[in-house]
Design a protein around this ligand. Structure first.
Ligand code: GYE
Length: 306
């Protein structure tokens, strides 16, 4: 029996899985938490992780994926910076017999056999939750409500979907008007810069909808610098619920946050193990999420992990 155990111990079952992971970048608090979750989970699961940071550029991700194919990794995972333009490189991975898992952001490829699963949030749903809160807040308004929008990275799934879900939902009340909408690239610096421009161009902003906390935090700096009170003079809604965002909500500077969970590492390792073992897995793995008002943020803050 002992000999058998030794034999199976050195067999295929114990082979370290090599996972090539191409990350979007380090643009936000969400991304930092996501990267940490993936690195820690890979370590815990005993994977050999090849991690590559694309600095928000699709061309860098394509290069990283090609290099993973050349290195013959067991499985490739990536969070696609934008939705379009992946068919060629995904076909190359498929032809090389390497399974691909999408995490966090989706691609718009018509051929869904190019990847095994997509693990991540429903961004349309997040946009709808943001919109619904606003609809409820202003249900009795007689006046126009002027909204400015800070979009995420142009062409990314969360920017496209958070915009669409929000827009569709607020359309139920014609008084709710988006008067300006521009990308802030999901970063604090760009969020601040674009908000400054919005404030210069429009004297009558009632609401800011930011596609993530970091842009909202940058915008808060611009709003305060303009002598206005964030959360009062301008109502602020954002997405993510990272610690700094939750703190701003607890302080009353952000009025409503839609949660987007970055801790995708454990689910990714589980899915990677399954596909490498040749098992069938669900084509869509959705993460569980909630929303926070200022009061709820205050309560949740002490136990927040990221
Ligand atoms: O909301 C934002 C990050 O793709 C869900 O990317 C992610 C988004 C997240 O930069 O903060």
């Amino acid at each position: 029996a002992a000999a058998q155990e030794t034999a199976s111990g050195s067999g295929d079952g114990d082979k370290k899985i090599t996972l090539g992971f191409s990350q979007v970048g380090a643009e936000s608090g969400w991304r930092t938490a996501n990267t940490k979750s993936i690195q820690e989970s890979a370590k815990e699961a005993g994977f050999d992780l090849k991690f590559s940071d694309a600095q928000q550029k699709q061309e860098n991700q394509i290069k990283a994926i090609r290099s993973f194919i050349q290195q013959k990794v067991d499985v490739i995972a990536f969070s696609p910076v934008v939705e379009s333009g992946w068919d060629t490189v995904l076909k190359e991975a498929k032809d090389a017999g390497i399974p691909v898992i999408l995490t966090d952001r989706a691609v718009d490829s018509a051929d869904t056999s190019l990847y095994k699963t997509f693990i991540g949030s429903d961004f349309i749903e997040e946009g709808k939750k943001a919109g619904q809160w606003l609809v409820d807040q202003y249900k009795d308004t007689q006046e126009d409500v002027n909204i400015v929008e800070l979009q995420g990275t142009t062409g990314s799934a969360p920017a496209n979907d958070r915009k669409a879900g929000f827009q569709d939902t607020i359309a139920s009340n014609p008084k709710l008007k988006i008067i300006a909408s521009q990308t802030g690239d999901f970063t604090r610096a760009k969020g601040k810069e674009v908000m400054q421009a919005f404030l210069k161009a429009h004297k009558d902003i009632d609401v800011l909808y930011a596609h993530n906390d970091d842009m909202a935090l940058g915008a808060i700096q611009a709003i305060e610098a303009a002598g206005l009170v964030p959360g009062k003079d301008i109502i602020i809604i954002s997405v993510d619920a990272v610690k700094d965002g939750m703190q701003a909500a607890a302080d009353g500077k952000i009025n409503f946050i839609v949660e987007c969970n970055p801790l995708l590492g454990p689910q990714l390792m589980e899915a990677a193990q399954a596909v490498v073992a040749g098992k069938e897995i669900d084509a869509r793995i959705v993460t569980n999420e909630t929303t926070f008002t200022s009061e709820q943020a205050k309560e949740a803050l002490p136990s927040r992990q990221y």
